[in-house]
Design a protein around this ligand. Sequence first.
Ligand code: PA5
Length: 476
Amino acid sequence: MSKSPETKEISLQVDVNYMMSEYLGAREGISREEIQAKNQEFQEAVRHLKNKRSEMVWRDLPYNQDQVTEQIISFARQKKDACENFVVLGIGGSALGPMAVQQALNHLYYNELPKEQRGGWPRIYILDNVDPERFTHLLDIVDPAKTLFNVITKSGSTSETMAQFLIVVRLLRDRLGDAYKEHVVATTDAVKGNLIKIAQTENYPLFYVPEGVGGRFSELCPVGLLPAAMAGIDIKELLRGAAYMDQWIESKDEIWENPAYLRAVLHYLAYRKGKNISVMMPYADSLKYFADWYAQLWAESLGKRRTLAGEEIFAGQTPVKALGVTDQHSQVQLYTEGPFDKVINFLSVGQFRNSVVIPAGYEDIPAVSFLGGHTLNELMEVERVATEYALVQASRLNATILLPEVTPFTIGQLIYLFEVETAYAGELLKIDAFDQPGVEEGKNATYALMGRPGYEEARAKLNARPVKEAKYILKN
Ligand code: PA5
């Protein structure tokens, strides 16, 4: 991928100091000796992962999306002027990545800005639920005639997304007649599922989720690239950042030099010591939804009943989303004094896009006036350092990823880092990090209960489930 002249090579920094026994003591911390003792096992997992690279189609996305990227950019430019709103219909891996990237790279009140301050790009809404109120309320504020709906579903059959799609198509047809087709763009598998059939019959513009790319690993294909491009985000830089991280990871087999392997190993060892929870705590509102995206990636990939060999293990750390500094006033009490069952991951930002000075005032009240002359930027970082300090004092494992700046290039790195870290953690746990049988079961139960043909047997089984007893349901 070529590099535009104005871009800088800003690398993420992965800091694991406070995962180590030097700081946390032998009981809670992880020692170099512990890692060394399992070095053979860890290197074996590195080899496995490398051997499996060609099966992990998502790992090639930073390199093989050039053509589709051009198509997306040209499509986005073509639609830009007439489009006031861009609405994503999707859920899970078809929504969380787009949400995280929008929030990271756009103005934090992007939708409230006048169009010219959005660079002429439409407002972005990502409808990742089937809450009837949210759906109705969205339709209260967007005019379908000025809206482009991007229906995203890899499987082409997810009930939530297809229900949204049916509602939108009916609405558009009623309002716009045949012209409704100009207001739909589909992102789905090229062959499998129902959406592809509908899209081909009805002639919607189509972008494909490459074969073998699972939902939660799909941000760097049209699933994430189209919504990002529709908000004016530099998607080439996003991919270039991912490629940069890939090259870092691929060039270093040694655990201590490889950010994805090192973080995965430390989380794995922590998990083995009973740290069943992995908290993702960005200290930046722009990174808030990265915690949501990470939660799905970590939970769906690693939460598995069986190993690849079929043994029952019920594996997985539970991801928890938090936001600095907000959750210092909500969850940090638990993190410092509650059970020793967590690893806290901070995302910190070196240089925010804005700086806000706290003015002097109330000189007669030193407990207030001391803040004057500092910046909110300083306060944010100081509070993160203070939390880190409190955690270390309480012997709690924590690690930090620093984004020197939040740019498409560093966000591309972050996405790719977490994806490989998750894949490597899956290797260490000896589970399949790329399936989601538990989710499929829920999807199938929904089909059955909603009367989808072919699911009659499942429906009968579900209807025969134990009846809830009134004595356990309290009402006044
Ligand atoms: O990661 C996954 O595979 C899932 O979370 C899916 O993304 C989610 O279930 C939505 O599936 P689909 O894109 O097929 O509608």
